[in-house]
Design a protein around this ligand. Structure first.
Ligand code: MN
Length: 742
C-alpha cells in the first residue's frame, strides 16, 4: 500500500517520470517520431483514470504507462500501439466509449482498444480453462489487427509483474491462466523473452517456495558460475581465434521454470541439473554454403571435445537430421573444469536466425495441414522480422496486414463475454440457433456491438451479439439462406419441420371445421377430390396450404360436381353418370376392365392398343388410354389436347395405362450438401457416371461460403438405385448429406 506521507505532487511527479521514460525509449528507437498522438493518448487516459488506484495503491495510470512501455521497448511497436496501450483500459474501466476514442484518436486506435476491451472479459470468467482454446483462436482470428494480441500480451506481462498486490487466490488463478494461455501464445508469436518471463512469474506464484529456493541457488552460484564460464571458455576461444573464426560465445542460465520442470521430470535435486546453463557459439557464415556451415559446426565440435570430455549420450546432431521446425544446430555436453556438465550449442549465424523463427514451424507441427498454415507461417515470420527490426515502413505494413488464419472461422461473444466459434459468414441467426433452438426460432433481430441489426446480418470476429426475440416470431424457410453453421442448419431445419407440422395440424382443423359447418361428411373421397381440385399432391400439402392461408376454403371445393364439367374427375369416378353413352361403347367398356391399369407392351409387336396419331406418346411418357367406338384402346399423352376434349365428353371411357416392359427411366433429384473442398465435385461425378453408370440429366451446384450444395437430377429405373447412389455419395470426403428429394 502507498504510504500516507506521499503527497499528490509526488504522485504526479512519479507519473510524469514514468511517462517521460516511455517517451525517451520511444524517441531512441528507430520509429518515426509521432509524439503528438502519444501525448494526447497519455493525457486522455490520465484524466479518464483520474482518482482511480491500482490495488497496489499507485495511481491507475501507472499501469497503462507500463504496458505502453513494454509494447514499445520489449515488443518493438510504435506510436499507434503505444497510444492504444495507454488507452487500453479506458473503455473497460471508465465511462468513455469506443466511439469517444474514435472521435479523439481515429478508427485505427479505436479498433485496437475495442479489441482489447472485448478480450478482457471471457478469459477472466469462471470458464477460463474451458475457454482457453477458444481464446487462443480468438486472438488469432482477431484479424482486425495483430497489435491487439501483442498489446494484450504486454498487459498480461505487467499484470504478472505486479501480481504480488493481488490476494493469493487471485494470484493463483491468474498465474495458472498465464501459464496455460499466455505463455504458449507468446511462444508462438515468437516473443521468447516474454514467454520465459511469463513462465517464470507463473511459476513463482504457483510454487512460491520452490521458486524462492531455486532463485536463491541460482543467485548464490552466479559469481562462481561466471568465473567458471570464463575458465571454461578461455581454451575454446583460443582455438577458435586461431582458426580465424568470427564468432560469439555466450552463456545463459535456464529459467526457474525449466529448471524446476527438469527436476520434476528427472526426479533430481537442483545440484544435479547439469544443464543449468548453456553456452552457445554462433559463428558468422557469410559466403558459406550449407555444407560449409555444417562442416564448420563439426570442426568447432572437434575443438571443444578435444579440450573437454564429452558426455557419451549427450550429443545432439540436428545438422544431419534437423528438427521438424527446421532447427539446425549441434549440441554437445562436455564436462567442465569443475566436473559439472555443460551444454555447448554450436550454430552458424544463419542457423541461429532460423532457430529464432522456428516457431513458425512449431505451428506447422501443432496445427496440421491446410492452407491456413502457409499463411500463418508467412505472417509469423513477417511478425518476427518486424519485431526484430522495427523499421517505420515495417510498422506501416502492420496496417495492411490482415491475419487470415482460420479464415473459415470467426469467434464472437455473448453479452456475458463467452466466446462462440462460428463459420465465416455466420449471421445473427447462426448465433441464435447455436446458443439455443428457442433463441433461433423466435429470433427477431440482433444487437451487434449494441447496434440493432437484422437477423441476416453477417458477423465478424470479435463482435458481441445479443439476440432479440419475440414469442410470436416463427421460423421461415427463407431463413435457410442466412444460416451457414451446421449446428444452426440442423436446428433451423428441425424447427421448420416442427413449424410445418403445427401449420398442417391447424390446417386440418380448419378443414374439418369447415366440412362440419357446411354439413359435408368427411370421407377419403371428399379429401382426394379436394386434393385434386387444388392441385396439391397430398393431404399434408393441402392442410399446410390451408393452415398457411394459401388456400381459402369455399363450398364449391367440397361439394361433388356433376362429371364432365371438370377434368380429372375420371380418375376417381369412371362410371358414374353419363347414361347417354352409346350402347356400343358400353359393350366395349365391358370388354375392357376400366378399373384395371391397362398394361402397354411394346414387345414382339403384339400391341393390344394403338398409339394416338395426334400426340404420339413414347414409352416413358405419362399416358392415358381412351376406348374408342370400336372398343380399342388408343393411347394418348396425358396432356394431349384431343384427349382433353374426349375426357370432357366421354370420361367413362378412360383407362389408366402403364408402360409394361419399358425400363422405366424416371427422374429423381438428389440433394447433396457438404463442405466445399477441392475435388468434391469430381468425386461425385465419378460415382455417378463411372462407378454406377447412372444417366445424369442436370446438376445444379452452389458453393457458397464454404458450404457445398448440389441438386442432382438423374434418370433411374427404380428407387433402389437412387438409394445406392445416395449411400455412395455420402462416402465422398466433405459430403455431409445426400438425400433423395420428394
Ligand atoms: Mn490492463
Amino acid at each position: 500500500m502507498m504510504q500516507n506521507n506521499i503527497t499528490p505532487e509526488m504522485e504526479d511527479q512519479m507519473v510524469e517520470q514514468a511517462y517521460q521514460n516511455l517517451l525517451n525509449g520511444y524517441l531512441s528507437s528507430n520509429h518515426r517520431k509521432k509524439v503528438e498522438v502519444i501525448d494526447k493518448a497519455f493525457k486522455f487516459a490520465r484524466d479518464a483514470h483520474q482518482g482511480i488506484r491500482r490495488r497496489s495503491g499507485e495511481p491507475y495510470i501507472m499501469h497503462p504507462i507500463a504496458v505502453a512501455t513494454i509494447v514499445n521497448q520489449e515488443i518493438g511497436l510504435g506510436s499507434t500501439s503505444i497510444s492504444a496501450a495507454l488507452l487500453h483500459d479506458v473503455v473497460e474501466d471508465t465511462d468513455y466509449t469506443v466511439e469517444d476514442i474514435e472521435a479523439q484518436f481515429g478508427k485505427k486506435i479505436a479498433r485496437i482498444v475495442d479489441g482489447l476491451t472485448k478480450i478482457s472479459g471471457g478469459i477472466f470468467g469462471d470458464k477460463a480453462s474451458v475457454q482457453a482454446e477458444n481464446f487462443r483462436k480468438l486472438l488469432l482470428t482477431m484479424s482486425e489487427d495483430v497489435r491487439v494480441v501483442l498489446i494484450k500480451m504486454a498487459d498480461r506481462l505487467h499484470n504478472m509483474r505486479t501480481l504480488s498486490s493481488m490476494p493469493p487466490n487471485k494470484q493463483y488463478k491468474i498465474a495458472g491462466e498465464t501459464l496455460y494461455v499466455y505463455a504458449p501464445l507468446a511462444h508462438r508469436l515468437g516473443l521468447y523473452a516474454i514467454k520465459t518471463e511469463l513462465e517464470d512469474l507463473s511459476f513463482k506464484y504457483n510454487h512460491p517456495s520452490e521458486y524462492e529456493r531455486i532463485q536463491g541457488k541460482i543467485a548464490a552460484s552466479e559469481e562462481a558460475r561466471n568465473e567458471l564460464f570464463s575458465r571454461f571458455s578461455a581454451p575454446i576461444r583460443e582455438r577458435l581465434d586461431n582458426m580465424g573464426l568470427k564468432y560469439e560465445f555466450t552463456t545463459r542460465v535456464k529459467s526457474c521454470n525449466s529448471i524446476w520442470n527438469k527436476m520434476q521430470t528427472k526426479h533430481i535435486p537442483f545440484e544435479e541439473v547439469y544443464d543449468l546453463y548453456a553456452a552457445r557459439i554462433v559463428f558468422e557464415c557469410d559466403g558459406m554454403s550449407e555444407e560449409d556451415e555444417n562442416d564448420m559446426c563439426w570442426k568447432i565440435y572437434r575443438q571443444v571435445t578435444s579440450i573437454y570430455i564429452k558426455h557419451p549420450d549427450r550429443v545432439r546432431d540436428w545438422i544431419t537430421t534437423p528438427k521438424v521446425n527446421k532447427y539446425r544446430a549441434l549440441h554437445v555436453t562436455v564436462m567442465g573444469p569443475d566436473g559439472n556438465w555443460v551444454e555447448v550449442q554450436i550454430r552458424s549465424r544463419k542457423m541461429d536466425d532460423i532457430a529464432e523463427r522456428g516457431f513458425a514451424a512449431h505451428w506447422k507441427y501443432k496445427i496440421g495441414e491446410g492452407e491456413e498454415e502457409a499463411e500463418l507461417i508467412t505472417w509469423l515470420s513477417t511478425l518476427t522480422d518486424l519485431l526484430k527490426d522495427p523499421q517505420p515502413n515495417a510498422i506501416d505494413f502492420l496496417d495492411t496486414l490482415k491475419l487470415n488464419l482460420f479464415a473459415s472461422e470467426i469467434v464472437v461473444f455473448t453479452p456475458q463475454g463467452e466466446t462462440i466459434t462460428l463459420p465465416k459468414d455466420a449471421s445473427v441467426l447462426d448465433m441464435a440457433f447455436t446458443l439455443h433452438t428457442d433463441l433461433g426460432t423466435h429470433c427477431l433481430a440482433g444487437k451487434v456491438n449494441h447496434k440493432l441489426v437484422p437477423r441476416s446480418y453477417k458477423l465478424r470476429s470479435g463482435d458481441q451479439i445479443e439476440i432479440l426475440t419475440s414469442k410470436t416470431q416463427v421460423p421461415n424457410a427463407d431463413w435457410e439462406k442466412y444460416v451457414v453453421s451446421p449446428k444452426g442448419r440442423t436446428r433451423l431445419r428441425a424447427a421448420l419441420r416442427h413449424q410445418r407440422r403445427l401449420v398442417i395440424d391447424q390446417g386440418e382443423k380448419i378443414f374439418m371445421d369447415f366440412l362440419a359447418d357446411n354439413k359435408v361428411e368427411f370421407s377419403n373421397e371428399v379429401l382426394s377430390m379436394v386434393i385434386t381440385r387444388q392441385d396439391v399432391t397430398n393431404k399434408e400439402e393441402l392442410f399446410y396450404k390451408i393452415g398457411n392461408k394459401e388456400i381459402k376454403l369455399n363450398v364449391d371445393m367440397v361439394k361433388k360436381r356433376e362429371p364432365g364439367n371438370r377434368f380429372n374427375w375420371w380418375r376417381r369416378n369412371p362410371f358414374k353418370g353419363k347414361e347417354d353413352v352409346k350402347q356400343t361403347t358400353r359393350e366395349a367398356s365391358k370388354a375392357i376392365d376400366t378399373k384395371a391399369i391397362y398394361r402397354l407392351t411394346t414387345q414382339d409387336g403384339k400391341s393390344n392398343y394403338q398409339i394416338a396419331d395426334c400426340c404420339h406418346p413414347i414409352p416413358g411418357d405419362d399416358t392415358v388410354g381412351f376406348i374408342n367406338d370400336a372398343g380399342e384402346v388408343i393411347v394418348h399423352k396425358m396432356d394431349c389436347p384431343t384427349l382433353a376434349r374426349l375426357k370432357a365428353s366421354y370420361g367413362s371411357r378412360l383407362v389408366q395405362t402403364h408402360w409394361e416392359d419399358h425400363r422405366d427411366k424416371y427422374l429423381a433429384t438428389v440433394h447433396i450438401e457438404g463442405i466445399d473442398q477441392k475435388g468434391i465435385l469430381q468425386s461425385i461425378v465419378n460415382i455417378i457416371s463411372t462407378n454406377m453408370s447412372i444417366n445424369m440429366k442436370q446438376m445444379n451446384v452452389t458453393a457458397d461460403q464454404g458450404v457445398f450444395s448440389c441438386d442432382l437430377d438423374v434418370l433411374i429405373s427404380d428407387a433402389s438405385v437412387v438409394n445406392n447412389l445416395c449411400r455412395e455419395i455420402k462416402k465422398v470426403k466433405g459430403v455431409n448429406s445426400a438425400t433423395r428429394m420428394s
